[in-house]
Design a protein around this ligand. Structure first.
Ligand SMILES: Cc1ncc(COP(=O)(O)O)c(C=O)c1O
Length: 415
């Protein structure tokens, strides 16, 4: 290991994330990202990796995408900066207009945030204000962020760790279980159901075809709002701009973040329909975010939306992800270690045979030139998320590495 890498790790170990470093070290992964370009990241000591983690879709368009860097330069040339959230802004208006135009659900308002968790907080606050109810229903293995409110829904461990859990107001039910969902909603005291369209941290299990639309119908029946968390699944990865479009749901609130940044400048938003956005007419200061809707970020996010809503790119996602699926299925016939392929466009989770097999595969892939992260709530799964410009050659390269990694894991488990 170079002196440079050692000193970076030491500094981070002392001041930032000792436990994280320990965990990745135990697995045998000591990545410190240096150069980055397109689908590739490079360790500071030179190791080249195909990035199939993409930081949850932050790098949908790859690392340092040329059009986004150009947009950043243009924004700077135009004299933009963070802006002042107290006053009307041309850039915020233009981005809000575009987001509303591209989103199902008759959205009438946009609240910008500096990250996904904050945007989820806005969604929860909006639903509570609109319904005058406190309870939020989510799924057992859901993940919606780490701030006070966003961390209080989904998997309960997050909130318990910081003693910020509120079990009386946060109810979880199993994914794809409509009966339990209806039982939770029946008391008519829920402000909202919040669902990732395809739950990432659970390992991307696919919603049964009618599940999400039935949940929406139940929400309407019992007076709760439907919050679609599209932070990982949105922005074109599924071959449609929002994954929720595959399931015929018009949400009351939609939350987006990560990829909206182009991987360059933070940006997140909660889109609200008439009912959810009513509070904006009552108290304009009820949610304040200095960095939310920064003007440089708005300019970049508009460019991102232009790119990811382009029908030609969405078609390409369909075509290449279908090719990827064919290649993965072929691999599965010779490697039953690959138990399950979960896929919708470039959103995929691969489940392997063994409780910790996702971790083993993350390490084996890392050794062979791919960074793909295991799922936090199901360690038998890896999140497998190629960037949107993936071509057949890159798929072939990925499949070659997959095969090597699986052979390595199999050899490891039989010796
Ligand atoms: C589905 C989902 N929702 C919310 C969040 C929180 O976003 P952020 O990390 O930008 O606060 C994440 C982050 O990983 C996520 O995956």
């Amino acid at each position: 290991m170079s002196d440079l890498k050692t000193s970076i790790i030491e500094k981070n170990n002392a001041l930032l994330c000792p436990e994280k470093i320990k965990i990745f070290n135990a697995i045998g992964i000591d990545l410190v990202i240096g150069k980055r370009q397109g689908p590739y990241i490079y360790d500071v000591d030179g190791k080249k990796l195909i990035d199939l983690h993409l930081n949850g879709g932050t790098f949908n368009l790859g690392h340092c995408p040329e059009p986004i860097l150009e947009a950043l330069n243009q924004a700077i040339q135009m004299g933009l900066d963070i802006g002042n959230h107290h006053f009307p802004s041309a850039q915020r208006g233009l981005l809000a207009e575009k987001l509303v135009a591209l989103t199902p659900g008759d959205m009438k308002a946009v609240v910008f945030a500096s990250g996904g968790s904050e945007a989820v907080d806005v969604a929860i606050k909006s639903a509570r204000h609109a319904t005058n109810r406190r309870k939020i229903i989510s799924i057992d293995q859901g993940f919606h962020g780490r701030t006070g409110l966003s961390g209080s829904v989904g998997n309960t461990k997050n909130a318990q760790f910081f003693l910020s859990d509120t079990p009386q107001f946060s109810v979880t039910v199993p994914f794809n279980d409509l009966e339990k969902m209806e039982t939770a909603l029946k008391a008519k005291d829920a402000a909202a159901v919040i669902l990732e369209t395809i739950p990432a941290t659970m390992g991307f299990p696919m919603p049964e075809q009618n599940y999400l639309s039935c949940v929406k119908t139940l929400c309407e029946k019992y007076g709760a709002l439907y919050i679609a968390d599209e932070i990982q699944t949105g922005l074109g990865r599924s071959g449609k701009l929002w994954a929720i479009e595959h399931y015929g749901v018009a949400p009351d609130i939609l939350v987006t973040a990560k990829g909206l940044s182009g991987g360059i400048y933070p940006m997140a938003a909660a889109l609200l329909n008439q009912r959810a956005g009513e509070w904006l007419h009552q108290d304009g200061f009820a949610h304040i975010s200095t960095f939310g809707g920064s003007e440089i970020g708005c300019y970049i996010a508009r460019k991102v939306l232009d790119i990811v809503s382009d029908p030609a790119l969405l078609q390409r996602v369909d075509t290449i992800s279908a090719y990827l699926l064919t290649r993965l299925k072929a691999l599965q016939t010779t490697h039953p270690f690959l138990l399950e392929i979960r896929q919708n466009g470039f959103i995929s989770g691969l489940k392997f045979d063994g409780e910790m097999a996702g971790i083993e595969m993350s390490k084996a892939l890392y050794d062979n030139g791919i960074w793909a992260m295991f799922s936090g709530y199901d360690l038998s799964v890896i999140q497998f998320k190629p960037y949107m410009y993936t071509d057949k050659r890159l798929v072939d390269k990925i499949i070659d590495i997959m095969e090597k990694a699986m052979n390595q894991c199999r050899a490891g488990s039989t010796t």
